[in-house]
Design a protein. Sequence first.
Length: 215
Amino acid sequence: MNLEKLSEALINGEVEQAEKAAQEALDAGISPQKILDEGVLAGMSVVSERFKNLEMYIPEVLKCAKVMHGVMNILEPVLTAEKESSSTGTIVLGTVKGDLHDIGKKLVAMMLEGAGFKVVDIGINQPPENFVEAIKNEKPHIVGMSALLTTTAPEIGNTIEAIKEAGLRDNVKVIAGGAVIDENFIQEVGADAYGPSAVAAVDVCQKLVDDLQRT
């Protein structure tokens, strides 16, 4: 069965068609991981790129997100049964203090959840102490911070310092993302990596978890 039908339904925001395509694929004996990779994530990759290039806008992205969640409700029970615990990780996500932007972070969260990660989204405008508290409570493999503005980006560095002062920095990897974030900024603030897009963030997080599991 061609999984492009599922991807196209997701991109077009067609819930019923996407759910039907996912169920048909399962019934045809296609593995849920293949459906996820070649159907769901392939579709969301297109959505992410179109959003980045201003070819899609927030209402359309949210519609696609609704479709993705509907499909994941079908796939998750089977995926959970098949997935090895070592192949997933826990990630705390939040937008830093002073920044109220949420859409990019939500898209990253959806992509990560689709790839099998447990995502704890602590929300927007989060001060450093809230990230520290979340690390203590959730014991994540990775902490992801989002900042869209040049005025709020320094809060990423402040939050990393707070994590260090709490004695937790060695326990987690730190990834950051947002319009003003690049490789140079990551090196300046002492983060481990950055995700230039929602799609890239999934690959980066998987690599970070793999690195942690090897140490």
